[in-house]
Each structure stands twice: as C-alpha cells, then as structure tokens.
Write a protein that binds this ligand. Sequence first.
Ligand code: RB5
Length: 147
Amino acid sequence: MRVLVASDHGGFELKQLLVTRLHGLGHEVIDLGTHGQAPVDYPDFAHALAARLLAGDGERGVLACGTGIGVSIAANRHPGVRAALCHDALTAEMARRHNDANVLCLGGRTIGPAVALQALEIFLATPFDGGRHAGRVAAIEPKGESK
Ligand code: RB5
C-alpha cells in the first residue's frame, strides 16, 4: 500500500517510528514532513496530506501531532477525507470497519509507541465492513459535497 505520512513537531518522533514500521511491513511511504523538532504549524501538514490523498497519491494517510486533535480537525475540513483520531487498537479497528476512515490520526504525546504501532498495523490491515455502514459513511459529507 502507498501511505502518506505527516506530522508537526509534536508528532515528529512518533512519525519517524511509524515510517520505519511502514517500511518494515513493505509499504511505500511518502513522508510529507516535518523533518525535525523545530516548531511548525500542524494545519499546514494536515492540509498537505489531505490534498495529496484526494489527488490519489496514496491509499491511506497517517497524521500525528501532540494530541492528534489538531491534525484531525484540519484534515477533516477536506470533503472525502475521513480522518479518525485513534487511541488504541480498538479505535483503529472500528475507524476502518464502521467509518471507512482513510486517515489515521495519532497523538505523539498521548499514547506510547507500542500502542501507536499496533493501531497503525490494524488500521492498514482492516477492511471496511460496508453493509449498514455504507449509507452512513456516504451521509457524512454535507449534501452537494459528496465524494
Ligand atoms: C503543538 O504544541 C501542539 O499544539 C500540536 O502538536 C497539537 O497537539 C495540536 O492539536
């Protein structure tokens, strides 16, 4: 799978870990930064990743900031992006099964590395359940903006 990855400084350390694991699992990674610990603004990275995802440059996205909150709010401003702030394996699994989330958001300062890596692996491996969830997911986009 081709996976787009981005973070701000608060998620930088976690992003590096996620990139290493993604490579280890054989995924293709497009790392959109940030590339160091210097303070940056999380919306810039969330918007860049959302735009690349919607352009078809990756099948899934992974975003990290200090809490995962800022990047999820920003990414979800893009119709067609379903960014899920997840805290563990269960939320990552349900984000895929019920919400067909295409972007995983994680907090570099709120969850530990082992839990984050487990969430990542489950997010990428879990299919959408479809069925009764399909209409609900379609109804997420405000009328006239569906994608
Ligand atoms: C940066 O200090 C922090 O605000 C950011 O990483 C994120 O947690 C915002 O939601």
